[in-house]
Design a protein around this ligand. Sequence first.
Ligand SMILES: Nc1ncnc2c1ncn2[C@@H]1O[C@H](C[S@+](CC[C@H]([NH3+])C(=O)[O-])CC(=O)[O-])[C@@H](O)[C@H]1O
Ligand SMILES: O=C(O)C(=O)Cc1ccccc1
Length: 260
Amino acid sequence: MSDASYRDAIFSTPLDRVARFSFDEQVVACFPDMIRRSVPGYGQILGMLGLIARRHLRHGARVYDLGCSLGAGGLSLAGQLPPEAFRYVGVDLSPAMVTRARETLDTECPDHAIQVMEGDIRTLDYEPAGMIVLNFTLQFLPPADREAVMGRLFAALEPGGVLVLSEKIRAEDEEENAWLVERYHDFKRANGYSDMEISQKRTALENVLVPDTLAEHHARLGRSGFSRAHTWFQLLNFASLVAFKDEAFKDADPSAPRED
Ligand SMILES: Nc1ncnc2c1ncn2[C@@H]1O[C@H](C[S@+](CC[C@H]([NH3+])C(=O)[O-])CC(=O)[O-])[C@@H](O)[C@H]1O
Ligand SMILES: O=C(O)C(=O)Cc1ccccc1
């Protein structure tokens, strides 16, 4: 497969019937452009992964990137941390994503320990991990499946481990939510999407991407066992949280990767 990446024009022509959004070959071919133009703060969140890992990741521990798509999380971490600092395991349900992620990571970071697996994060047999990244992935699971996954991730995290959870969110207050969604559509317009593209994609994502509120995320993290969670980033209706297992927060050493 070619490693070319195209401009996202998937919803740019009128469709008689808008199909449910899926991570197929067509989406994979334009995914870097699509996600950059559609997710406020995407680049900044990826750029912070290395800083969060430096502060919270046990040296040499496994890092899961769940719903890794093209492996952008792995690329960012490998760009910021030396090869011995972590072992990256990217997991994605879409075979087309996995193939491309493997090609990219093998080429771009040959010295790092990198694995990319095709799998469903709801049923994966997790090995112990020091850091788990869910960058805009939980939102695509059926809501009824989310809590069980979170419980399994908590169980897989080593004591002192950290979870990074980035999501499109819904504001509890209806007026606030409407304002955020309207400004989000302005953001997409400013990034070159037409009204028709915005509206057709919105239809395609109905019942596929189902956002929770920040309160729902915090409550679920608490019920899953996380002793502490913070919302560290929000731009419009997109946010990122960190959650800690046991002593991660108080043990964090500001000067170096943890060695325990
Ligand atoms: N059950 C599942 N199991 C595994 N993967 C899944 C599942 N359901 C969906 N996916 C995968 O989750 C990814 C979500 S995209 C993540 C971006 C990436 N994290 C990034 O930082 O570039 C977010 C977006 O497109 O908004 C897709 O690749 C799906 O195939
Ligand atoms: O484009 C949207 O409307 C979104 O909510 C973000 C997004 C980005 C990439 C794939 C699916 C949804």
